[in-house]
Design a protein around this ligand. Structure first.
Ligand SMILES: Cc1cc2nc3c(=O)[nH]c(=O)nc-3n(C[C@H](O)[C@H](O)[C@H](O)COP(=O)(O)O)c2cc1C
Length: 196
């Protein structure tokens, strides 16, 4: 990383790295591991898709009856991990998650492809089921008969993550990889270079 990188805010640097991952044709660069902590202190992880960077937050969408949503309600501390092998970069974020207001949920729901919106309606994500075929049949049926766009379910929404630390890792051929850790200090950001 160049000295100029440290003049960016970490969110601006993340935005730039996402653009560069797009240009390098990294597969699904907005897919990110999202780690939450359950009430008993046990961690859980799943992949989610970054929808936007907005101000100082990362924006995701999720059904709000799910494990991740209930875990952030009881403990908002979360971690996120991007890894882009094609460009040898990793970004590790820790921060706090919250459910966004309904307005943003409606906006993001309306931007989803029709088949994704219908998937949200027909499948109660995370609930045990006997058989997947009825869900497929219902999804296919709605795809063929639906005349008006489906409404956003009341318990589907957007999750905002406000980072308190972001570490940028860059692979080096000699294995002396470069690590820049941004941490929030006094309303701004401090930067520390870490040994690989
Ligand atoms: C590439 C990829 C992207 C995904 N994106 C999302 C997403 O944006 N939101 C979401 O709720 N689930 C997404 N999922 C599904 C989650 O990984 C997970 O299975 C689901 O959200 C249930 O997680 P939970 O029960 O821990 O809450 C994605 C899965 C993959 C493999």
């Amino acid at each position: 990383m160049e000295p100029a990188d440290t003049r960016d805010t970490p969110l601006a640097l993340l935005d730039r790295w996402l653009d560069e991952a797009d240009r390098a044709a990294v597969p699904e660069p907005r897919s990110v591991a999202f780690v939450t902590v359950g009430e008993g202190g046990g961690p859980s992880a799943r992949t989610v898709s970054l929808k936007r960077l907005e101000g100082e937050t990362l924006v995701f969408t999720s059904a709000l009856w799910t494990r991740k949503a209930s875990e952030i309600e009881s403990n908002p501390r979360v971690a996120l991990l991007f890894y882009w092998p094609t460009v040898g970069r990793q970004v590790h974020i820790t921060g706090r998650a919250e459910v966004a207001d309904r307005e943003l949920a409606l906006e993001l729901f309306s931007e989803r492809e029709l088949s994704h919106r219908l998937q949200t309606l027909v499948s109660r994500q995370g609930e045990p089921i006997q058989d997947i075929e009825p869900l497929r049949a219902r999804h296919a049926h709605l795809m063929s008969v639906l005349e008006a766009p489906p409404e956003c379910p009341p318990d589907w929404g957007a999750i905002l993550v406000t980072p308190d630390a972001i570490e940028f890792w860059t692979r080096a051929p000699d294995r002396i990889h470069d690590r820049l850790l941004y941490q929030r200090v006094h309303g701004g950001w401090g930067v520390t270079r870490l040994a690989p």
